[in-house]
Design a protein around this ligand. Structure first.
Ligand SMILES: Nc1ncnc2c1ncn2[C@@H]1O[C@H](COP(=O)(O)OP(=O)(O)O)[C@@H](O)[C@H]1O
Ligand SMILES: [Mg+2]
Length: 399
């Protein structure tokens, strides 16, 4: 690189920190008051003061990772240093009050549960396999026993109903505790897991839904899916992004700043072009790139000859360019397209090389997500969490 991009302002950094969720306390670290002073030098060295509820908190490593990778996303950042501190008893009790309030109010600003890991599948252009990747990762994660939400954000070019074999109409229903009717996602069991899917391909012009979707705009539709869907519990939310346009990405960044991007590319797509777009998007929206998937990689025929029909090296080059891991290379396989057309993504049970790559990527995603059991190691917070649970959650109310 020639000119180094300008460093972010302290406010920019605070915006990025809003994407860092303390999963145990159910809110972002800025709202919780854990983020303290932020300084940025002209050379792009960022120092962030973070106060933990107690110093030995087991979530420290995760919070550190999360902060570093979010803030390093900004191209003008050269170094991230965290200045750790510990809250006073008074500060701790303030945080707990906030956590209580969050628990009572249903935590997040959207209807997406705060503990769900949100992954948006995006690319520089259409036709590279975003939807195929979304569908296959969804079934592969579900096959691990996870509950996986799928939001088809390709409002006009939806493919989730076809690819997941779920075309039933969405229902809107009144749910206790909400004044507006809520959209109920379509469900499908996969192995021990569950898919919960919403797509504009599942809408019908009956009265309740027509009202809800009147004056539909791209970003508004996604906003409604984030706000008005009764997701219930989710381990993951996968978002199949529309091609091109940054509007949806920007809306998502505003509403769900903890969204991580998975960028799909082909072996032949110019890594630099995609990287520039991704970096540009990251700069404007502060979304983190969790990794790159190369799709339509070399096709291997039954005689074991390999044909790089669509070129080679695009995924690795893009990953290197944006400093994100290359999660996998999915070969070209007629079975991938067939599975999509039949509503049976091959990653659920198939044994082909492509199916294995999808499952391997799903495994990497699971491995990089801290399971709830590991969060419950912090006794001071656990004691408070129990108190929160007892005080604010009447049995069976929280979903
Ligand atoms: N690995 C693959 N092997 C063979 N066909 C594929 C593969 N990935 C995607 N396809 C096919 O390519 C087309 C475009 O894929 P799609 O997932 O709809 O892309 P996007 O969502 O990026 O527009 C579809 O017909 C799909 O079945
Ligand atoms: Mg698509």
């Amino acid at each position: 690189m020639t000119d180094r991009p300008a460093p972010p302002t302290a406010d920019d950094v605070r915006t990025m920190l809003r994407a860092v969720i303390d999963p145990e306390l159910g809110a972002n670290i800025v709202d919780l008051g854990m983020a303290g002073e932020v300084t940025v030098t002209p050379a792009g060295a960022v120092t962030i003061g973070i106060k933990l509820t107690i110093k030995g908190c087991p979530l420290r490593a995760q919070i550190k990772n999360d902060i570093e990778s979010r803030v390093e996303t900004h191209p003008g950042v050269t170094k991230v240093t965290i200045d750790w501190g510990e809250m006073t008893a008074t500060e701790r009790s303030e945080v707990m009050t906030k956590a209580r309030w969050n628990a009572r109010e249903g935590a997040s600003d959207t209807a997406v549960p705060i503990n769900a890991r949100v992954l948006a599948i995006a690319s520089g252009k259409g036709g590279v396999g975003k939807s195929s990747v979304t569908a296959n990762l969804a079934v592969a994660l579900a096959a691990h026993g996870r509950t996986v939400g799928v939001l088809d954000a390709d409002i006009w070019g939806f493919s989730m109903p076809r690819m997941l074999g779920m075309a039933e109409r969405l229902e809107a229903r009144r749910i206790e505790g909400h004044d507006k009717p809520r959209i109920i996602p379509n469900e499908r069991h996969v192995g021990a897991g569950l898919l919960k899917v919403v797509s504009t391909g599942m809408l019908v012009d009956d009265e309740s839904t027509a009202l809800m979707w009147r004056g539909l705009m791209l970003t508004k539709a996604v906003e409604q899916f984030l706000n008005d869907v009764h997701w219930g519990n989710l381990d993951f939310l996968l978002i199949d992004m529309p091609p091109g346009t940054g509007d949806v990405q920007m809306g998502l960044a505003r509403m769900l700043p903890r969204t991580d991007l998975i960028i799909v590319t082909t072996p032949a797509t110019s890594a630099q072009k995609v990287a520039i777009r991704a970096a540009d998007m990251a700069r404007r929206s502060f979304l983190r790139v969790a990794g790159v998937i190369e799709n339509m990689s070399a096709f291997t025929c039954e005689h074991d000859s390999t044909y790089p029909l669509f070129g080679e090296g695009g995924g690795a080059a893009l990953a290197a360019e944006i400093g994100a891991p290359l999660l996998g290379q999915v070969p070209i396989e007629p079975a991938v397209a067939r599975g999509s057309d039949n509503g049976e993504p091959i990653a659920a049970a198939g044994n082909s090389p492509a199916a294995k790559v999808f499952r391997d990527v799903a495994q990497q995603i699971i491995d990089s997500t801290v399971p709830a059991t590991e969060m419950a190691g912090c006794s001071a917070r656990s004691a408070d969490a129990v108190e929160v649970a007892i005080r604010t959650k009447p049995a069976g109310q929280r979903t």
